[in-house]
Structures are given as structure tokens and as C-alpha cells.
Design a protein around this ligand. Structure first.
Ligand SMILES: [Zn+2]
Length: 416
């Protein structure tokens, strides 16, 4: 049951009072804010990752966004740093228990329970989600089956031998594992998997990706989301697909670039305030995740805000091509609808004349599929895309988050 609006406001007020008093980074930012302000949330400045990164550069190694003495912190994780310097984020024991409870809720929403065996197809590096996923399974009294440091074949063999019932990984990796199972004649290895719980990329909320995973595994596929800086904010909607924002723990805003709420039916940036993570607090954090703002309720009538298409993309992976906003996830959705289509690579480039263009190298069975895909891009996205069919197995495979976008247009960054 989510807290009522006055309860949420009270929690926010207490958090602001606490961090203004104890947290050097927040004290400096919130000096002008009156905790008694009736419209406290909108009186707070938004916070971007680069500000935290800059603070950490000024105050190494952990920065000054710390509410408690350093001895209180028991976990360090870091962001992937794909779009800049990695950020270290610390958690106290209390905050770590909060992560654990949130992952427990997310996995329970995907139908996991005691007796399940959850295979974690992660490398267990410095990223929080691996460790928090392990905690969440443990909190459910499910069995944790770590698959770090293994090849895909070894993972398949382990899944088969221990009869794992759930798989946690990125949607890209779920598709990769299916491909390896077919290549290695190990499809039987996946028969016990009833649930694939994905995170890290938009895929699991894209209908075409989800149905590929569900058909390939003969299992249900769920999506959830979190960020090292804010915490695990999205849990799966088992009825309607996509995700819900955990409004028990987070205040959720969907804003445009000028920090104004976007109207229903439009896309905006997800801006989150975790109410009970106090050790490394972020208030009105600009996640960089783009979501669709809808006032629609999910079919099950769950109270928390519904993100029917999950995370649509990142603010920094949206590109403008000939005046149109293009998200790589929309291109992915179109590719996955083509039966037999494999991996792909998107290149944004400029013609000598200065026109921006899109090239899509994609593994396809034949030329007819290429023409069909070109047509569906035109109809669904209004985009002219140059399709370059390549043979299956040509596009490099990745185990974690996929890097499928290259931007060679002048003075732009190459995608993480
Ligand atoms: Zn729902």
C-alpha cells in the first residue's frame, strides 16, 4: 500500500531537514529552501549526475554527499561510467536493507517465491544490481545461483543441472543465451526456466523483444529498473506488462528539459526522489531515463504509476534525425518484429551534403525481409533507414548491456 500524499510530503520534509543538517553536499544546495514550504518538492533544485561526479572529483574518493560519518557505510558500488567518469555510491546498513526489500518486492511482483532457483547471469562486477538481485532472492527465501565467470555454455549446463526456475539478465543476454542454446544443441537446458526477469535495457518492455524471449524460453518475461544513484524504482506489472514506479519509496515526476511536467501522452525524463535512502540522498534526481507519461491505469488496477512501455530510452541516446526524435529502442522494436532477424547495429551518419542518415546493419535471412523492414520503419517511425542485410553471426555479440549504436556525425559523441 503506497503512502498517501500527506505521508509522502511528511517523509520528504523529514528527509530535507535531515540532509540540510548533516550532509555537506545537500546543505550547500538546499540553503535557500524552507522545509515548511507547502510546495516543498518543486522548491527543490533538480540534481544531475554530472553534479555528483564533479563533487566526487572535488572531494575524493567518495564525495561529500554523505549524511553520516564514513564508518556507517558498508557497501560501495559504482555506476558503469559509459557516459563519463564512474560515480561511487555508498550505502549504510539501513540503506542496503532498503535495496534488499525493494528487490524482494520486484521479484515477488514477477511471481518468484520461496523454492524458486534464480540464476544470475551477471559477472558480479562493481555494479549494484548484481549484489542487490542476490539480496532480493535471498529475502524471498529463493535459492541464489550465481553464474558469474562462466561462458554461456557453462551457464546453460548449470541451469540444466540445478534446474533453475528463473533467469536474471539483460534482455540482450536473454536473446544471446537462446541463440547459444540453439547453436550448441542445448535447448533442453532451459525447460525449467519459468520466468526471465530483465533489467538494464529497454528490451523487456518492448513487445516484440518480450514476445521473442517468452517464445524462446516458453516462459514469462518481466522488466524492472533501478539506478545506482537513486535505487530500485521500477517493478514489473504482471498483468499489463511494462513497469510500475515504486511510489511507496519514490516521488516520481516526468519532466521536460525545462523541468516542466510533460502532458499525458508525451515522453519526458523520469525525475525521482527516494524518500528513505538517507545515507546517499538524491532529491529530484534526473535519471536520464525517458518514459511515456500516461494517466492510464494498468489492467490489474495497481495503484502505483504505470510505465506501460517501461524505459523508452535515455535522454542521451535520443538523436534528432531530419527533425525527428529517434530512440534506438524504437528501431530495435521494429527489427525484433521481423521473424528470423538477428543482431543489428545502428549507425547515424551525415551525407556529404549534410543530411543526417540512418544505416541499419542487420542479420536477415533474405532480401525480402530487408524490404519489409524498410517499409515498417517508414510506416511505424516515419523514418527512411538504409538497411544493410548481413549474414547471421556477423554482428558482434555482447554479454551485458548491448552497444548497438554508433554516431559518426560531426561533433557528436559515439554512443556508450
Ligand atoms: Zn499493474
Amino acid at each position: 500500500m503506497s503512502p498517501t500524499a500527506p505521508e509522502r510530503e511528511q517523509r520528504l520534509r523529514e528527509l530535507v531537514e535531515l540532509v540540510r543538517e548533516r550532509n555537506p553536499f545537500q546543505r550547500a544546495r538546499l540553503s535557500e529552501v524552507d522545509p515548511a514550504d507547502p510546495d516543498l518538492l518543486t522548491a527543490l533544485p533538480t540534481l544531475a549526475k554530472r553534479e555528483l561526479v564533479a563533487d566526487q572529483g572535488d572531494h575524493p574518493p567518495f564525495g561529500s554527499n554523505l549524511t553520516f560519518p564514513i564508518e556507517r557505510y558498508i557497501h560501495m558500488h559504482q555506476t558503469s561510467g559509459t557516459t563519463g567518469r564512474p560515480l561511487r555510491v555508498l550505502d549504510t546498513a539501513e540503506d542496503w536493507a532498503w535495496w534488499r526489500a525493494a528487490f524482494q518486492r520486484a521479484f515477488a511482483a514477477a511471481g518468484l517465491e520461496s523454492g524458486d532457483r534464480g540464476a544470475l547471469a551477471f559477472s558480479f562486477g562493481p555494479h549494484v544490481q548484481f549484489w542487490a538481485a542476490r539480496e532480493g532472492l535471498e529475502a524471498l527465501a529463493a535459492m541464489v545461483v550465481p553464474l558469474g565467470g562462466m561462458t554461456s555454455v557453462q551457464r546453460l549446463q548449470t541451469i540444466a543441472e540445478v534446474r533453475a526456475t528463473a533467469l536474471m539478465c539483460t534482455p540482450t543476454y536473454a536473446l544471446r543465451l537462446l541463440e547459444v542454446a540453439v547453436e550448441e544443441d542445448l535447448e533442453h537446458a532451459l525447460v525449467t526456466i519459468a520466468r526471465v526477469v530483465c533489467t538494464g535495457e529497454p528490451g523487456a518492455s518492448l513487445p516484440a523483444v518480450r514476445s521473442r524471449i517468452e517464445e524462446g524460453f516458453a516462459a514469462r518475461c518481466f522488466d524492472h529498473a533501478g539506478l545506482t544513484e537513486v535505487g530500485p524504482f521500477g517493478y514489473p506489472c504482471s498483468e499489463g506488462g511494462g513497469m510500475h514506479v515504486d511510489e511507496q519509496e519514490f516521488i516520481c515526476e516526468i519532466l521536460d528539459a525545462e523541468v516542466r511536467p510533460v502532458p499525458a501522452g508525451e515522453r519526458g525524463e523520469l525525475v525521482l526522489t527516494p524518500l528513505r535512502r538517507r545515507g546517499f540522498p538524491v532529491l529530484r534526481y534526473r535519471t536520464g531515463d525517458v518514459v511515456l507519461n500516461t494517466d492510464e491505469r494498468c489492467p490489474a488496477g495497481h495503484e502505483d504509476r504505470w510505465l506501460p512501455s517501461g524505459i523508452v530510452g535515455r535522454t542521451d541516446d535520443m538523436v534528432v534525425i531530419r527533425g525527428m526524435n529517434v530512440y534506438p529502442s524504437a528501431i530495435e522494436e521494429a527489427v525484433r518484429q521481423v521473424s528470423g532477424a538477428g543482431e543489428f547495429l545502428i549507425t547515424f551518419y551525415s551525407e556529404p551534403g549534410g543530411m543526417d542518415e540512418i544505416k541499419l546493419e542487420v542479420e536477415l535471412a533474405d532480401g525480402a525481409a530487408a524490404r519489409g523492414l524498410q517499409e515498417s520503419m517508414r510506416q511505424q517511425l516515419g523514418l527512411r533507414v538504409r538497411i544493410v542485410p548481413v549474414a547471421p553471426g556477423i554482428v558482434p555479440r555482447q554479454d551485458g548491456k548491448a552497444r548497438r549504436v554508433v554516431d559518426t556525425r560531426p561533433s557528436r559523441w559515439v554512443s556508450a
